[in-house]
Design a binder for this molecule. Structure first.
Ligand SMILES: [Zn+2]
Length: 152
């Protein structure tokens, strides 16, 4: 996170490359990940990944680099970036190469949209746990607070 902050600020200040909501989640880990939902916003009983059944903890890194559920989406990123999808390598390549930026951005939108849909389905399930029922806007506010920004 410390390594990514200066790069993120640079992006935020550059209109062409302002990171969207999903890309920001993927780069910061503040969003629809088990560790965040369980540990920060307290909306999941565990941090386990719901998407692969490997028993791995659901982190941004697990999502980007390892989760078998996103192999197809990851392959599109690897086709332009290579197999090292670690954050420093990814961030540096995104800053340098438009095609990498676009690939990671698409990966983030697609995967995070699916993760959010799954989260909604868990919330809306008839046997949904009380911890999963949240008020509208809570995620957005938590996200902005996590990014040190005042909520609107
Ligand atoms: Zn997984």
């Amino acid at each position: 996170m410390a390594a990514i902050r200066p790069v993120l600020r640079e992006w935020v200040e550059c209109r062409h490359r302002a990171p969207n909501y999903h890309l920001t989640q993927m780069l910061t880990g503040h969003g629809c990940f088990g560790v965040y939902l369980c540990g920060v916003v307290k909306r999941e009983p565990t941090a386990d990944c719901h998407h692969c059944g490997t028993g791995e903890v659901d982190t941004a890194q697990h999502t980007r680099e390892a989760c078998p559920a996103w192999a197809e989406q990851r392959a599109a990123v690897s086709s332009v970036l290579g197999t090292d999808l670690s954050l420093p390598v990814m961030a540096a390549a995104m800053a340098d190469r438009e095609e990498v930026w676009k690939a990671v951005s698409s990966f983030s939108v697609e995967v995070m949209t699916l993760k959010e849909a799954a989260e909604r389905a868990r919330k809306d399930a008839v046997d949904s746990l009380p911890i999963r029922r949240w008020r509208p806007g809570r995620r957005r506010r938590a996200h902005l607070v996590a990014l040190d920004r005042a909520p609107p």
